[in-house]
Design a protein around this ligand. Structure first.
Ligand code: SAH
Length: 245
């Protein structure tokens, strides 16, 4: 008698577990399919060709970098709010900036403007080491925890003013700035290696900025305007000059 009840309960439990596994599996598949659509329609269709960039964009779970109520829109063709008045960039812009850096696997990359940590995760899929600086304390610590939980062990996050770069870890093969600056911070140019590349949105406050590709040769710096864009502003920490870990 007891045994029959036990078997019935076990069957019931197994059904519940099967349902949970099915629901989790189904929603994961849904996100994977949405990501495939994003890569095809928003990136490949608009000319993103770099294989490593496309693979990273296919791989990184963007929905885990946005607030809970934004998850349904994580793969939409636009930027999204991430709290503290900041945004995660449109997928196309993330891919465009990543491709422009012409990354190689053993490159060391600096990002200014960690935000959600999404761009850092994309970079971490492509290169060996990523350093990223965020000026808003809450965002810096949240991104640090998120990247750690998701297993991006090759990303180091620092809370501070990215204007100064990260001199202890310089020079860098590539630098990416994800906030709109009115001019290119000199310390960042100094922290680029020879043949290093920097991508940065530059323009006067409240006007259209351009994504500029800066390349450092032996004695020269070349700048090329690539694309008109709108970014949240590059903030300066006037009190301390930044640099808190
Ligand atoms: N790359 C981010 C999105 C960046 S939004 C992502 O993938 O989610 C731009 C970010 O730059 C914001 O979080 C903003 O707080 C930060 N920021 C602005 N000025 C900064 C500065 N001087 N140093 C470091 N971070 C800065």
């Amino acid at each position: 008698m007891h045994q029959r009840i036990y078997i019935r309960e076990m069957k019931h439990l197994m059904t519940v577990i099967a349902c949970i596994v099915f629901i989790i599996g189904f929603s994961q598949e849904d996100y994977t399919a949405k990501r495939e659509q994003m890569v095809k329609m928003q990136l490949k269709a608009r000319g993103i060709k770099d294989g490593a960039t496309l693979l990273a964009m296919q791989d990184v779970p963007r929905h885990l970098f946005v607030p809970e109520n934004m998850k349904p829109y994580a793969y939409a063709d636009g930027p999204l709010p991430i709290g503290n008045g900041q945004t995660i960039s449109q997928p196309y812009i993330v891919a465009f900036m990543t491709e422009a850096l012409q990354l190689k696997q053993n490159d060391k990359v600096l990002e200014i403007g960690t935000g959600s940590g999404y761009q850092a995760a994309i970079l971490a899929k492509i290169v060996d080491s990523v350093y990223t600086i965020e000026i808003v304390k809450n965002l810096a610590f949240k991104a640090k925890d998120r990247l750690q939980e998701l297993g991006y062990a090759n990303v180091k996050v620092k809370w501070g003013d990215g204007y100064h770069g990260w001199p202890e870890k310089a020079p860098f093969d590539a630098i990416i700035v994800t906030a709109g600056a009115d001019s290119i911070p000199q310390p960042l140019i100094e922290q680029l290696k020879r043949n290093g590349r920097m991508i940065i949105p530059v323009g006067p406050h409240n006007y259209t900025s351009y994504l500029e590709l800066v390349t450092k040769k032996k004695n020269t710096i070349t700048k090329k305007k690539l694309l008109p864009v709108r970014f949240v502003p590059f903030i300066r920490d006037k009190k301390s000059g930044g640099d808190k870990k």
